[in-house]
Design a protein around this ligand. Structure first.
Ligand code: APR
Length: 309
């Protein structure tokens, strides 16, 4: 029986850690691709040498040749240059859109049946670039941001309450940027709405910290951005597809009329399973939430117009 094949384009911090989580979950064989010679080969070999210790059975190879990625079921695009302290996601667009488009074209040639999960920032616009460059159905091209933003939101809620992370469900809609929309009304701890447990001031502070979650880590690291939680989030989405789990996850999905928007990738809740984005879920939103989402949509569109495709 054929094992699943997962290709990760970009063997940097996020890419290599994706390989780590995917291996530890035995999701399939893994190919790490990078333009830099030696890095993907070295990291892949190192990860494979952890297999006898950790007890996972999968082949992990590193390469600079797209032919080695052929026949992948999932392709994760992390390739790009990371955001530096003080640099906005938007400034990254020129360089990263070229890198992402090149990756998507190569995936389409070598793995015509793959699902593409984009991680490179500025996320919502990079997914759009990958969608256009691949020529794939929008169901098969989506972006990882909402799972991460929601995980940050859930972490801060659990820390505030001193309760298990497992018991907190919450989600963040919108573009992966400072205008993202953490949805307090849809956030619960052990099934109890969080506004019954946490004061408004503290909720406001948690929402703000969530919005700045990526920047907080960049400021600590100085040189580089977050990778453990981003890569764990990617692999949760890959697993939902490979195991046809029908998970409801927030994802940068292509909108074709949903939420009144067309021809835009934007963070919304969706059912993710063996067919990729199986359904975008339209939730009931109040006036404040609608206004916040409009702002977020505008900030994604402002960057999208800069995309040269
Ligand atoms: N093809 C393949 N790989 C490439 C290309 C390319 N054309 N150009 C650059 N890369 C590789 C780099 O060589 C590097 O190894 O992409 C990798 C990026 O890794 P890091 O610099 O470590 O960045 P990382 O922290 O992994 O973040 C990757 O995810 O969260 C986002 O904002 C983040 O856009 C960034 C991406």
């Amino acid at each position: 029986m054929k094992r699943n094949k997962i290709t990760i384009i970009g063997a940097g911090s996020v890419g290599a850690t994706c390989a780590h989580w995917a291996a530890s979950k035995e999701l399939g064989d893994i190919v790490l691709f990078d333009v830099v010679e030696g890095i993907p080969q070295g990291k892949a070999l190192d990860l494979m040498q952890a297999a006898p210790v950790e007890g996972y059975d999968c082949n992990i190879m590193g390469t600079n040749n797209y032919e080695d990625t052929a026949g992948s079921d999932i392709a994760v695009i992390t390739a790009g240059i990371p955001r530096k302290p003080g640099m906005s996601r938007e400034e990254l667009i020129g360089t990263n859109s070229k890198i992402v488009s090149e990756a998507a074209k190569n995936i389409a040639v070598h793995s015509p049946n793959a699902f593409i999960i984009v991680v490179t920032n500025p996320l919502d616009v990079m997914v759009y670039a990958a969608y256009k460059a691949s020529g794939f159905s929008s169901k098969r091209v989506f972006g990882m941001a909402g799972v991460l933003d929601s995980a940050r939101f859930r972490t801060f809620i659990a820390l505030e309450l001193g309760v298990s992370f497992e018991d907190v469900s919450a989600f963040v809609m919108g573009g992966h940027g400072d205008e993202m929309v953490p949805l307090v009304r849809y956030s619960y701890a052990g099934g109890i709405p969080i506004d019954k447990l946490i004061s408004k001031e503290r909720i406001d502070a948690i929402v703000e910290r969530t919005r700045k979650g990526g920047a907080e880590i960049i400021n600590h690291l100085k040189n580089g951005s977050a990778y453990y939680a981003p890569s764990a989030s990617v692999i949760q989405m890959a697993e939902a597809v490979l195991k046809n789990k029908k998970r409801i996850l927030p994802v940068a999905a292509y909108l074709n009329g949903e939420y009144g928007e067309k021809d835009l990738y934007f963070g919304v809740p969706a059912i993710i399973g063996g067919d990729g984005i199986e359904k975008v879920i339209e939730i009931d939103i109040n006036e404040d939430e609608r206004a916040a989402l409009k702002k977020s949509i505008q900030s994604v569109r402002d960057v999208l117009v800069m995309l040269d495709y």
